[in-house]
Design a protein. Structure first.
Length: 87
């Protein structure tokens, strides 16, 4: 009788260890997925920013588009880039 109880206890411990390792593997996979999603999001954000900024530079430096002075164009670009303008 005591042997049966001991074997049941050992079996229960083995089962909990297996489920714990499965949960750890799932958590690791979720963390890796989260890291990849954050990196992909950052990459897409930078791609969008540089695409917009290059279009904005082309548009603002074109004299036929807005008829702005070069100083106004540079000040606008500095505001877009987050730099403080001295003009």
């Amino acid at each position: 009788m005591t042997t049966e109880i001991l074997e049941d206890s050992i079996q229960a411990v083995d089962d909990s260890d297996r489920s714990r390792s499965t949960n750890d593997a799932q958590k690791l996979c979720q963390k890796q997925s989260a890291v990849y999603l954050i990196l992909a999001s950052t990459l897409c954000e930078r791609l969008a920013f540089y695409s917009l900024s290059s279009s904005l530079v082309s548009y603002l430096t074109n004299p036929a588009a807005l008829k702005w002075t070069p100083e106004s164009s540079v000040a606008t670009l500095n505001i877009f880039y987050g730099k403080r303008s001295s003009i």
